[in-house]
Design a protein around this ligand. Structure first.
Ligand SMILES: Nc1ncnc2c1ncn2[C@@H]1O[C@H](COP(=O)(O)OP(=O)(O)OP(=O)(O)O)[C@@H](O)[C@H]1O
Length: 637
């Protein structure tokens, strides 16, 4: 028997409350009305998250259980925020935001219901769960005399820093492992010390997110009754972004809910770009009997055709939007690789008015950040934008640098993640207040508590609100070295009342958090922000990796080719014959090459209007070029 009854009358109501969304097709209607456990594999831009939010609204209207609730899980905070944003708009939807319901990330859920209670009852304190904070503390601890042997061993390890930064507890036996490299046996001196280091951090209450899954597994093993308690509380479970769920996460969720609660999972298996996860072969999404949504509301037919050509499953992708323009193939000469991003900015300015670009995202993406290979450039983002490469080198990369903390993440224009941007900028301000010795922030652990602490202790946080607003809305304030100098003065005036009495402007300016060495290699470029002036108009747009832009919608997207290293192939060089229709069925490519294609599938499916692929002119065959032109592609140089 299903937990909830949904029928076609509900769809009529949905039309009234969500007039911006169209659920008139059979595939979406079936997905909304489905009441049994089922997976849904849906194309990019099909509106998985908004469909799920709409479905939740319908259920909220009918939910009458007081102590049992819905469990809605996503992989990222972006998806969670999108769901809660939509639910907040409606009185019924708001009911889902409180007890007995849970809406949050899989990490948050596992922590709240399993790992943290287990750690508490074992008397283990938790100070912080944060991969960056863990890495920082681990590196600091490593410098202690007692880890001398370990340091000696690390000198001979590739990625020694990462080996330490990513130490984690694995499985229900809490075995100590690393995500980078291999640890020596626990009986060797260095093997002993690396484990001692991890245990010291455990004693200090410092954990990585991944550790929590091991504690959860361990708790469920030693206390199987816990499973019953959780599944009884949540008879209905929805999981968004299912393709990104690792096996460690899925196996815990399966052990709690499988064959007990009704579970519906949404995702797109072809967008799974992290495929080197342990246990990946066990992942079950999408299960037999799954349904599909094959139409995209994001883009039209031309982009859909290109996206479908690189879709590994070769299932159809149908574009339903009708605002797109001809896609562009941007051919560059090797010597001009650093001009690609500027040229794309010009193409965007030529195609859109300022009004059309307002509040819309323009992005440049590349699969690889940096790398090597004795091949002609166009290998990675660093080739196209040297300032990006410099952020990837340890020397200038500091978790405590204000500028680094301030720089907009790749998705900073997306309204749904504005909340995330506010949190990011508050964190940057917290770094300043901490280093300046502000007594207000002495006992606060993260930026979430900043406003509360400032308000409680001084009566108002208005100066911080205004500063946050300026830093988000006016990136020009930190676009050049001179602007950054002026900005520090301005920050001082805003924060002065929160600083220790007598803090002078000069000592404030000398805080190491303002160190601009971060920008030195390329003072004209911000690491991930490209500024272009053309025909008397300006555009600033963000660049980044494909992985960092998953889930986004752009008005215009540039996809820059990259070299796959061990795959021995440039991704677009390999993909363009498929896009041109000369080759079919990319499923026969090698594993690494298929991984490259998955990235392209994600990247090429971001834009609503304008898709541009940048390729070195030496890497496209004349036959492919003519076939693309015949298909309606425009070639630019
Ligand atoms: N049912 C719908 N009716 C009309 N427009 C929609 C609908 N669903 C989504 N959209 C619009 O389509 C675009 C893509 O939606 P969204 O980003 O939610 O898709 P997605 O399935 O999450 O995509 P991806 O898997 O690529 O991240 C957005 O601009 C959104 O507003």
């Amino acid at each position: 028997m299903s937990v909830i009854d949904l029928n076609t009358a509900d769809l009529l109501w949905l039309k009234e409350v969500s007039p911006d969304l169209d659920f008139s097709d059979t595939e979406r209607q079936e997905a909304i009305l489905e009441t049994t456990s089922r997976d849904f594999n849906a194309v990019p831009g099909s509106g998985k998250t908004s469909l799920l939010a709409a479905k939740l609204l319908l259920i909220a209207r009918k939910w009458n259980q007081q102590k049992k609730g819905l469990c809605v899980l996503s992989h990222t905070n972006v998806a969670r925020e999108e769901i809660t944003r939509r639910l907040k708009l409606n009185a019924d939807g708001q009911k889902l935001l409180t007890y007995p319901h849970y809406i949050g990330t899989i990490h948050g859920f596992v922590n709240q219901y399993i790992a943290l209670p287990a750690l508490r009852s074992a008397g283990i304190k938790v100070e912080i769960i944060d991969d960056d904070a863990f890495a920082k503390k681990a590196q600091k601890l490593l410098q202690q005399y007692k880890f001398k042997t370990l340091r000696g061993w690390l000198k001979y390890q590739e990625n020694a820093d990462e080996l330490i930064n990513t130490l984690y507890f694995k499985g229900s036996e809490l075995e100590i492992s690393t995500e980078s490299g291999t640890l020596t046996n626990a009986t060797t001196p260095s093997g002993k010390q690396v484990r001692e280091l991890k245990y010291s951090l455990l004693d200090a209450g410092i954990f990585r997110h991944r550790d929590m899954f091991a504690f959860a597994e361990s708790a469920l093993k030693s206390n199987p009754n816990l499973l019953d308690v959780i599944f009884r509380r949540f008879p209905l479970v929805f999981i968004d972004e299912m393709q990104d769920t690792s096996w460690a996460q899925e196996s815990i969720l399966n052990s709690i809910f499988e064959n007990k609660s009704t579970v519906q999972r949404f995702g797109d298996i072809d967008q799974k770009i992290l495929t080197d996860d342990e246990g990946i072969v066990n992942c079950t999404f999408p299960r037999a009997g799954h349904k599909v949504i094959s139409t995209s509301k994001r883009f039209g037919n031309k982009i859909a055709e290109a996206v479908a050509s690189v879709r590994l499953s070769q299932l159809p992708v149908i574009g339903e939007a009708n605002q797109e323009m001809p896609p562009v193939l941007l051919l560059y000469k090797t010597a001009d690789v650093e001009k690609v991003l500027t040229k794309f900015g010009q193409l965007v300015i030529d195609r859109f008015t300022d009004l059309e670009l307002e509040k819309k995202s323009v992005r440049g993406m590349c699969t690889r950040k940096v790398g090597s290979g004795d091949v002609v450039p166009g290998r990675h983002l660093g080739d196209y934008w040297p300032a990006f490469a410099q952020t990837q080198t340890g020397a200038t990369n500091s978790n405590d640098n204000f500028w680094q903390a301030l720089l907009p993440p790749p998705n900073h224009n997306n309204e749904s993640i504005l909340f995330g941007r506010v949190a990011q900028v508050r964190r940057a301000i917290l770094l300043i207040m901490r280093e300046a010795g502000s007594p207000i922030v002495e006992s606060i652990r993260d930026s979430n508590a900043l406003i509360k602490a400032v308000t409680e202790q001084t009566g108002t946080a208005l100066p911080i609100h205004l500063l946050v607003q300026d830093l988000i809305l006016k990136p020009d304030l930190y676009a050049t070295p001179a602007a950054r100098d002026v900005l520090i003065d301005y920050i001082y005036t805003r924060l002065k009342s929160y600083l220790p009495t007598g803090t002078l402007l000069q000592s404030f300016k000398n805080l190491s958090t303002f160190d601009q060495a971060f920008f030195l290699l390329n003072p004209a470029q911000l690491p991930n922000l490209c500024a272009v002036s053309h025909m008397g108009r300006d555009i600033n747009y963000t660049i980044g990796t494909v992985a960092s832009m998953k889930g986004e919608t752009h008005i215009a997207s540039l996809v820059m080719e990259s070299y796959g290293g061990n795959s021995k192939k440039f991704d677009l060089e390999m993909a363009l014959p498929y896009v041109a229709g000369i080759k079919k069925n990319p499923a026969s490519l090698s594993k690494l090459q298929r991984g490259q294609l998955r990235n392209l599938y994600v990247a090429m499916s971001r834009p609503t209007h304008f898709l541009c692929l940048a390729v070195n002119e030496t890497r496209i065959a004349p036959q492919t070029l003519s076939a693309l032109i015949e298909k309606g592609w425009v070639v630019e140089q």
